[in-house]
Design a protein. Structure first.
Length: 156
């Protein structure tokens, strides 16, 4: 005699859907992911330092700090690549991207250290929507790749 109730398959599908919907509702704020880490790196979010390893998700307003002899590589949702060198602090100020239309907007601030920036789809389709802020200037992106170094000791 067969028991009545929900088949196992229906329960599994329901669980998978619930997990997908709960993950995707928070996924809107995820703007990228850590690809490579060397040394001691921290992501500061909501006033808390988070451990960083490949696969760590990044969100708007995150502040990323690399220590001495450390480095970090990240990929944003629009395929922008950012490589940070030793002793660098970068804030992910703003990021919005529509993967269907490739429309978007982004701004990053480098407070100190060095960074290599390779634009992704936002920079390709709407370069004026990409800005990298320095302590004394803002870089408008018109090309596809650049490097910048900020040394606070040399500021006037």
């Amino acid at each position: 005699m067969r028991k009545r109730g929900l088949p196992v398959r229906a329960v599994l599908v329901g669980c998978i859907c619930a997990l997908y919907w709960s993950a995707s509702s928070g996924a809107e704020s995820v703007i990228g992911v850590v690809k490579t880490v060397k040394g001691n790196v921290a992501v500061y979010r909501d006033g808390k330092a988070l451990p960083v390893e490949p696969g760590t998700v990044l969100m708007s307003a995150d502040r990323i700090v690399t220590s001495k002899d450390s480095a970090l590589g990240i990929a944003l949702k629009d395929d922008t690549i950012v490589s940070m060198g030793s002793g660098t602090t970068v804030t992910l100020d703003r990021f919005a991207f529509n993967s269907t239309s490739n429309a978007g907007d982004m701004a990053l601030s480098i407070l100190r250290g060095s960074m290599v920036f390779v634009t992704g789809l936002i920079g390709k389709f709407n370069p004026q929507a990409v800005a990298v802020k320095l302590p004394t200037a803002t870089v408008g992106i018109r090309g596809t790749e650049f490097a910048v170094e900020v040394n606070p000791e040399h500021r006037k």
